[in-house]
Design a protein around this ligand. Structure first.
Ligand code: HEC
Ligand SMILES: [Cu+2]
Length: 343
């Protein structure tokens, strides 16, 4: 479309054309409405202008047919826009199940990115083309907003909670990445680039043999490996055993399931729930267990919390099998099962 060619950033994700279509429809709708109003206004101004004889017109007292007509038509048009917008919104807010996950932590004034395979980068995000990517994001300080115009996605990044964003890149290339929420002095410089690569190139990049397109990639433990290490270091393993009988519930297999709470309510085990269980255990106490878990709020960095979550998650999709093979010399000390003694 002409407008999108000249005014819009490139459309580089599957949902970009859909967002643009709705946007352009709204612009066209507003334009046509304005045109209609101005045309009618001009017509009436000329047709019913003050005549020299000063004729007084008919006194009209309402018209039900007309009222229904001009209420129903806009109502139907707006309901159509509502349905369209809502379906697009649902689609944008529900990452596909098979999406590749990436953690994002915002802070004044940089974006820290953690790939599940272990690579970390700052102000750069490398992703493969053609795969859905889900970002799980939080902030260490104030509210930021993660914005990739070429993908038509944006979401606030809020301290103390997780927000998610997903997209499926369609074209290899380098795209701008912004912070779209004023967050202090250097807000305008809080940005970087998203580098969309061919899958093979991306694999090579992950393995650390190539550093295309800037960023400061570094290899290290994967989040699952780091989480497993913390699970032992922070003594989680002393209460959460692999088999029933520990002070705390068994964490194997809980991710994605419903958990019954002491209050009788049930809650789905997702990132937000595991995060809350770690930082404020008293908020939701699991049925049949004492509120005996110490609070870890203030004792873990956001990266550590995310790693613990990744580890808890890995316990539900095949345990250690879920941990990707460590890259280039980043092998952790012998993997320790949750049940192993911590000393
Ligand atoms: C002193 C023992 C103890 C330690 C140490 C401990 N927990 Fe817990 N944990 C519990 C108990 C008891 C519960 C159940 C009561 C509740 O929900 O608060 C629990 C609940 C949880 C839950 C919710 C489980 C469910 O089935 O819904 C998660 C997740 C969790 N802990 C993770 C951790 C992590 C991660 C650590 C280490 C950073 C940790 N725990 C350290 C005792 C402990
Ligand atoms: Cu910011």
């Amino acid at each position: 479309m002409l407008l999108s060619l000249f005014l819009f950033p490139p459309q580089a994700s599957t949902n970009a054309p859909e967002v643009d279509a709705l946007y352009l429809f709204l612009v066209a709708l507003c334009g046509l409405t304005a045109l209609g109003v101005i045309t009618a206004m001009t017509f009436f101004a000329i047709r019913y202008r003050r005549t020299p004889e000063n004729v007084v017109g008919h006194d009209i007292h309402g018209s039900t047919a007309l009222e229904i007509f001009w209420t129903a038509i806009p109502f139907l048009i707006l309901m159509f826009v509502f349905a369209w917008g809502a379906s697009l919104y649902f689609k944008l807010s529900r990452p596909p199940e098979d999406a590749m996950e990436v953690f994002v932590v915002g802070r004044q004034w940089m974006w820290k990115i953690q790939h599940m395979e272990g690579r970390r980068e700052i102000n750069a995000l490398h992703v493969p083309v053609g795969r859905p990517i889900k970002l799980t994001m939080t902030s260490e300080d104030v509210i930021h907003s993660f914005y990739i115009p070429a993908f038509r996605v944006k979401a606030d990044v809020v301290p103390g909670r997780y927000t998610t964003l997903w997209f499926q890149p369609t074209k290899p290339g380098e795209y701008h990445l912004f912070c779209a929420e004023y967050c202090g002095t250097e807000h305008s410089r809080m940005g970087g680039s998203v580098i969309v690569m061919q899958p093979a190139e991306y694999e090579a990049w992950l393995a650390g043999t190539q550093t295309a397109g800037g960023g400061t990639p570094s290899s290290g433990l994967t989040p699952v490996q780091l989480g497993r290490k913390l699970f032992v270091e922070k003594a989680c393993a002393t209460c959460h055993l692999n088999t029933p009988g520990g002070v705390g519930p068994v964490l194997v297999g809980i991710y994605g399931r419903q958990v019954e709470l002491a209050t009788g309510a049930t809650v789905k085990v997702d990132e937000a729930y595991v995060r809350e269980s770690i930082l404020t255990p008293m908020a939701k106490v699991v049925k049949g267990f004492p509120p005996a878990m110490p609070t870890f709020g203030g004792q873990l960095t956001e990266e550590q919390v995310m790693s613990l979550i990744a580890y808890v998650k890995s316990l539900s999709d095949g345990g250690d099998a879920a941990a990707p093979a460590p890259h280039s010399g980043a092998a952790p000390a012998a993997p320790t099962a949750p049940g192993a003694p911590a000393n």
